[in-house]
Ligand binder design. Structure first.
Ligand code: C5P
Ligand code: ZN
Length: 455
């Protein structure tokens, strides 16, 4: 694997520090990348005989830092968070600190080891939090290579693919997982649940790529396939899944999807194809890495991160429970999406971006995902900013950037953080922040100016 030398040195330092730790406090982020990271560092720690105490948080906020400080931990490992809040990490002041993250940098770590692709000038979206954590685990011991597939799940969760293909070290991790046989990569139609759902359900559940009249509409999905020359049932009477279609049938389905998109003004045919990742270490629908990633995201957002992490590690009870967590999450998400679609006035066309005001209507755990789903649907050339109510007199803001727009919201949030009391961060295409409710309009104004400067 072509790990840049500087990164490799940092990984070596982190591994060395870790070897000396006995009791370890682990803190990770609550999204799919964070839960994959947590599963990797947990497995690696237990294999080394460490005692661990793991927490999953939405954000490294001052109250979280305060709690960690009071615990007087000797050793703390942060995964998929920390880089954007190094002053808080410094304040906690554990004897030994590791930050294994990929978020934009803010400040400098006073003591400990900080591993982040931005520190060594790597390109955006070539390594996720789970990827950094995996490279660390692999540095610790070669036997941890069997955790590589989880790093792929994390990268998918953080939407690190470009045109649905991995780049840089992410791509090399895919190769490593393929080589040891835990994952196989294919190329095909990017429909949700391709291994596990009846085709009309796959179509209905697919929102990226968006299929007008079909995404999130069972009747629309049934209508699309009823016009095709595809037998929807297998010989034994069971529903066919995407994986059961032969080459000709797949072609016909792809043409129908492209036609539907083109007639609704979405020209990019290539967007419906991409890499598929099949995980041999899971059964049923979770064999599809995209589906595992979505399920982890659901667990985090439903405050049941433990179910997601234990599922990653193959725990049978957790795997059973994850199904019902995901069902509950989908039900809530579906309701919220329908609410926004049916209420045009929730979206305001602003200078440089669209504003989705979900205060009092959309829970803060859902605003980011809703923005991800609706972004391309609402506008292909504007940033979508969503707002939801949070705690401690703050609102939660989420921003999503269309693929072709050259705006880096992670950077914008970082700039604003220098002059305003916000807690934020993110990446090029997805960023967010907690902002005092009374300063919400100032924040919006600043984002608008900064988008203006950049476009
Ligand atoms: O919460 P949301 O999904 O909108 O977050 C988008 C990105 O911004 C994530 O990578 C998240 O870690 C980051 N973020 C952050 N600080 C916040 C909110 C989001 O670093 N307060
Ligand atoms: Zn991440």
């Amino acid at each position: 694997m072509n790990i840049p030398e500087e990164l490799d040195v940092l990984l070596g330092e982190a591994a060395e520090k870790f070897r000396d730790m006995e009791k370890i406090r682990i803190v990770s982020h609550y999204d799919a990348d964070g839960l994959s990271s947590a599963a990797i560092v947990l497995a690696a720690s237990l294999r080394e005989g460490k005692t661990v105490h793991l927490s999953i948080v939405k954000q490294l906020r001052p109250e979280v830092a305060e709690r960690l400080k009071k615990e007087n931990n000797e050793n703390i490992v942060f995964t998929d968070l920390g880089s954007g809040h190094l002053s808080l990490v410094n304040e906690i002041g554990a004897d030994n600190t590791l930050v294994l993250d990929h978020h934009h940098l803010s400040g400098k770590l006073n003591s400990g080891v900080h591993v982040n692709p931005h520190l060594v000038g790597m390109e955006e979206d070539t390594l996720s939090g789970a990827g950094v954590t995996y490279l660390f685990a692999r540095k610790l011991d070669d036997k941890n290579k069997d955790l590589s597939a989880l790093a792929v799940v994390g990268a998918i969760g953080d939407i690190q693919e470009e045109n649905w293909r991995m780049n840089g070290l992410n791509k090399e991790i895919v190769k490593e997982a393929e080589d040891i046989g835990t994952l196989s990569r294919g190329e095909g139609l990017r429909l949700f649940g391709r291994l596990s759902r009846p085709i009309h359900k796959s179509l209905q559940y697919t929102t990226r790529p968006y299929i007008p009249d079909v995404s999130e509409s069972e009747s629309g999905a049934v209508q699309l396939i009823s016009n095709l020359d595809i037998d929807l049932k297998n010989g034994d009477g069971s529903w066919k899944k995407l994986v059961d279609l032969d080459k000709e049938e797949k072609k016909e389905l792809a043409s129908a999807i492209i036609k539907k998109r083109v007639t609704n003004g979405i020209e990019d045919a290539g967007e419906i194809f991409g890499n598929t990742y099949t995980l041999s270490c899971f059964d049923g629908r979770l064999q599809d890495a995209r589906e595992l990633s979505t399920s982890l995201n659901a667990c985090g957002r439903m405050s049941q991160a433990d179910v997601g992490i234990l599922s990653c590690l193959g725990d049978k009870d957790a795997l059973g429970e994850m199904k019902s967590v995901v069902r509950g999450y989908k039900r809530t998400l579906g309701k919220l999406i329908r609410m926004v679609r049916n209420n045009d006035d929730m979206i305001e066309d602003m200078d440089g971006f669209n504003l989705l005001d979900g205060v009092g209507k959309i829970p803060e755990n859902f605003i980011g995902t809703i923005c991800s789903i609706l972004q391309s649907d609402i506008s292909k050339d504007k940033v979508l900013m969503g707002i939801a109510e949070s705690v401690n007199g703050r609102v939660k803001i989420s921003m999503r950037v269309p693929d072709d727009l050259d705006v880096n919201v992670g950077e914008i949030v970082g700039d604003i953080e220098e002059t305003m009391d916000i807690e934020g961060g993110g990446h090029e295409k997805a960023g967010g922040a907690y902002v005092l409710s009374e300063e919400k309009d100032d924040f919006i104004g600043m984002v608008s100016d900064k988008i203006d400067d950049r476009t």
